[in-house]
Ligand binder design. Structure first.
Ligand SMILES: NC(=O)c1ccc[n+]([C@@H]2O[C@H](COP(=O)([O-])OP(=O)(O)OC[C@H]3O[C@@H](n4cnc5c(N)ncnc54)[C@H](OP(=O)(O)O)[C@@H]3O)[C@@H](O)[C@H]2O)c1
Length: 309
């Protein structure tokens, strides 16, 4: 099969294109002919050696959408089914064929192309787990979302709006109109000194929830705009631990993803409440350029690969 892969780790410059042996699916797994693969900051992290236990040659790509080529009877899935899901942490998505656990895929939403569907897997899955399962966000509550312009943040904004929350988005100015269009009531530019005071002025007492996809100083400033007794959910697991006071609870978490959550995402897509923000669709042979776009930190939405069609 054709694939983009690294024979050694050390950065995205190690990525090359070529032929690798076709992978084979074991029990409980599917062989998927990949037609869309999401590109994320985690792919840059894997190629830089930021994740342990990587087998070489390493094929990046933790989010895929495509057609099932082979599946054991025990999976309950048949060849020919159109699925999307995650291959985390083994990767393998930047290739014509990939192996995925049957428990971590679901049918592709009918409204989406394969690249669009792939682009929702981790971002929307993480946003859903953070807002619904860990944040217990309720209709009528106020949620502040950092890095709201990114693949994860833009899904978080849409999911929070769908839940009936009042959404305050934090992002660079280029995305403010987009975020308002999604239903964010207010948007703030983290480059502006005093933006967290502006949030507190907009929500006297502070926001009920913070969904943080930025980390660093932006997260620390955002916490000052959370109400006493509020809740902070961060998806940034590296770097300094969360420091919380004023009765605020919270956690940083690494999402796992699975069929149930993908099915919830599919329902939101089918009801017109969730769409990926696709910044660029590139062919497999431009995988390195796709990674470079993500590595810059401001891709303006999801970068996705279209593979094989
Ligand atoms: N824990 C988990 O399970 C999990 C899951 C998914 C993602 N993540 C992590 O979450 C982060 C976001 O992922 P993503 O897929 O949404 O990334 P992405 O699509 O590449 O978007 C990057 C975002 O970061 C923002 N940003 C860049 N520099 C910033 C800064 N100094 N302060 C505040 N915001 C800044 C950008 O905003 P502007 O372009 O508007 O400036 C953009 O919204 C990444 O670190 C990723 O590894 C973790």
């Amino acid at each position: 099969m054709r694939a983009a892969f690294a024979r050694e780790l050390g950065g995205i410059d190690h990525l090359e294109l070529g032929e690798l042996p076709d992978p084979t699916a074991g029990p409980g797994q599917l062989l998927v002919r990949v037609h869309g693969a999401g590109v994320g900051p985690w792919d840059v992290g894997f190629l830089s050696g930021g994740f342990p236990g990587v087998a070489l040659p390493f094929v990046p790509g933790q989010e895929i959408a495509g057609v099932v080529e082979a599946a054991g009877d025990e999976t309950g899935i048949r060849p020919g089914e159109r699925v999307y899901g995650t291959t985390f942490p083994a990767g393998g998505g930047f290739a014509e064929l990939a192996v995925a656990s049957a428990a971590r895929v679901a049918p592709v939403p009918g409204r989406l192309s394969f690249p669009e569907a792939a682009g929702l897997v981790i971002g929307a899955g993480t946003a859903y787990e953070g807002l619904v399962d860990k944040g217990q966000l309720q209709a009528g509550q106020t949620v502040l979302i950092t890095a709201a312009s990114g693949g994860t943040g833009s899904a978080a904004v849409q999911i929070a709006v769908a839940l009936g929350a009042r959404v305050l988005g934090v992002a660079g100015p280029a995305s403010h109109d987009y975020l308002r269009g999604l239903g964010a009531s207010e948007v703030f530019d983290y480059h502006q000194p005093g933006w967290a005071e502006q949030v507190r002025a907009a929500v006297p007492g502070g926001a009920d929830r913070l969904f943080d996809a930025a980390g660093g100083p932006t997260r620390d400033q955002a916490i000052t705009a959370v109400r006493d007794g509020g809740r902070v959910i961060s998806i940034i697991v590296s770097g300094p631990e969360l420091v919380l006071d004023r009765g605020i609870t919270g956690e940083s978490f690494a999402a796992r993803g699975g069929r149930e959550r993908l099915e919830a995402i599919t329902r939101l897509v089918e009801s017109g409440q969730l769409r990926p923000r696709v910044a660029a669709v590139l062919p497999l042979d431009q995988a390195r350029a796709a990674l470079a776009q993500v590595a810059g930190g401001h891709p303006g939405g999801k970068v996705v690969l279209q593979i094989g069609r």
